[in-house]
Design a protein around this ligand. Structure first.
Ligand SMILES: [Mn+2]
Length: 326
């Protein structure tokens, strides 16, 4: 067992102690490892306790996360089939990320739970639990499962281990706390296999993807002072699956002098998706927030209207200003 759980809102525990009726665990667009591990891990644990559980989201499970036990239970919906008794969102700071599935599954009697570690998490649920100090939402789900006395099977443990593994950047980022590591250790003790998770995440490439990665790395640019690096990709350069699997923004981030890294991706219709990463000196969550996005201090994102060149200039200006006042 790891340290004691964070205080969990009592109304949330009441809703989950003996969930009656239909329970929907709802994902978002572009689900990441933390979201999927939390969604599937909690879903499997509740289902094993006898709850009637549905797992769904607006986007399919990315190929790189199909190894998660229970991933085949996640349905892809264009619209929700109707209201559920209980809807649980995990790692979802902004309900519009469900592409309308929350609205479609929320009737007058529906109770909605949000469990999240994003500091800017919106208050859209009936019961919120937001813990920005958690390394991953999966860490909170671990607490919840322990507190509820649900079974930590190897399948559940693998999902939660993947949540923490991915959101800590394979236990490399500053959110790799003693607590996160102790929970990861307990998850391994309960059947999570670190070598299988790492192998599935990082050693499942196709040859053409490795060669494609090599070409993309040639496009990384660095500011004259060496503090900012970015990769700007015109529309159609990479697929969503490739992007998810490679976590491309980590390559500009890996340069020694770099304090802030950006991935800018033109998504057609005159908008550019931006991922920002920092190494503790600049709060990129605030920068993304100024552009209508959000996230954590060291990992955030936003969407900017305009051309790729315009978005790049706007982001580089904002990052330079943040670096100047650090
Ligand atoms: Mn997360």
């Amino acid at each position: 067992m790891a340290e004691a759980a964070w205080p969990i809102p009592p109304e949330l525990l009441t809703l989950l102690r003996s969930p009656r009726g239909s329970v929907l665990l709802l994902g978002t667009v572009q689900p990441d490892g933390d979201l999927l591990g939390s969604q599937i891990g909690l879903g499997l644990a509740l289902a094993a306790a006898g709850a009637s559980v549905t797992l769904a989201g607006p986007h399919p499970v990315p190929d790189v996360f199909r190894f998660l036990p229970g991933a085949d239970r996640v349905q892809q919906w264009e619209r929700a089939p109707g209201p559920f008794d209980l809807v649980i969102l995990v790692d979802c700071p902004e309900p519009s990320r469900t592409n309308g599935l929350l609205e479609g599954s929320r009737g007058p009697a529906t109770r909605v739970i949000s469990i999240d570690h994003h500091p800017d998490s919106k208050r859209y649920a009936d019961a919120h639990w937001v813990e920005p100090a958690a390394s991953a939402t999966g860490e909170m789900i671990y607490d919840l499962i322990r507190t509820l006395g649900l079974k930590l099977t190897p399948e559940v443990a693998t999902n939660l281990y993947t949540s923490i593994h991915t959101d800590t950047g394979s236990f490399r980022y500053s959110n790799t706390t003693p607590r996160a590591l102790r929970i990861a250790a307990d998850l391994v003790a309960h059947g999570a296999r670190p070598e299988l998770v790492a192998g599935a995440l990082y050693e499942g490439r196709r040859l053409e993807d490795l060669r494609g990665l090599g070409e993309l790395l040639g496009r990384v640019e660095v500011s004259p002072d060496g503090l900012v690096a970015w990769l700007a990709l015109p529309a159609g350069t990479v697929t969503e699956g490739f992007l998810t699997a490679e976590d491309l923004v980590n390559y500009p981030r890996s340069i020694a002098s770099v304090k802030v890294a950006a991935l800018l991706r033109e998504v057609g219709s005159g908008s550019v998706k931006v991922s920002l990463r920092a190494k503790g000196e600049v709060n990129v969550g605030k920068i993304a927030g100024a552009f209508g996005g959000g996230g954590h201090a060291n990992a955030a994102g936003c969407t900017i209207r305009g051309s790729l060149a315009e978005a790049r200039e706007a982001i580089l200006r904002a990052v330079a200003a943040a670096l100047a006042t650090r």
